[in-house]
Design a protein around this ligand. Structure first.
Ligand SMILES: [Zn+2]
Length: 162
């Protein structure tokens, strides 16, 4: 299936060059995103999305994904991408956190949740500092990046794409 092209090419090659089974390399990368501590359904769906992302999509940052806590406010209702520290003169990497709101997401289909995860990771990929004044700019970028990554069908199910 074309959606697993990243594993089939860049990741597999990287693992081979480092004398590692590609499954081990993939598991380690997924752990970097915090995927291992998500509940089953979300661990599976986040994994599906991450395995479809192009190489280097998060080379400018660290990114962890977690479920929202009880009563935690999640800005985009279903999920929120937060820039927890921006890059400065001493640190060129941004630190991002994606918070998933199970209370809202549980109602959605797998495809819609994938669209939502792709949209939030696209905010991360955009490297744009989220500010309320530039909300439309950031939403437009996130939807288009997620579309370029190949999530157009999932975004349509979620209802955010034309
Ligand atoms: Zn958004």
């Amino acid at each position: 299936m074309s959606c697993y092209r990243t594993v089939g090419t860049a990741w597999r090659q990287f693992a081979a060059e480092h004398g590692e089974a590609w499954e081990t390399a993939v598991a380690r990368w997924l752990e970097d995103y915090g995927v291992h501590q998500l509940p089953d359904r979300y661990r599976w769906l986040v994994t599906e999305v991450i395995l479809r992302l192009p190489e280097g999509w998060s080379s400018h940052c660290s990114c962890t994904i977690r479920m929202a806590g009880e009563g935690e406010v999640v800005r985009e209702h279903y999920a929120e991408a937060r820039l927890s520290s921006d890059a400065d003169e001493t640190c060129w990497r941004q630190a991002w956190e994606v918070v998933l709101n199970a209370a809202a997401l549980n109602e959605l289909t797998d495809a819609a949740i994938r669209g939502c995860i792709a949209h939030e990771l696209a905010h991360v990929g955009s490297a744009l500092l989220p500010t309320p004044e530039k909300y439309n700019l950031h939403e437009n970028r996130a939807d288009n990046i997620a579309k370029w990554w190949g999530f157009e069908e999932d975004l349509k199910v979620l209802g955010v794409v034309w």
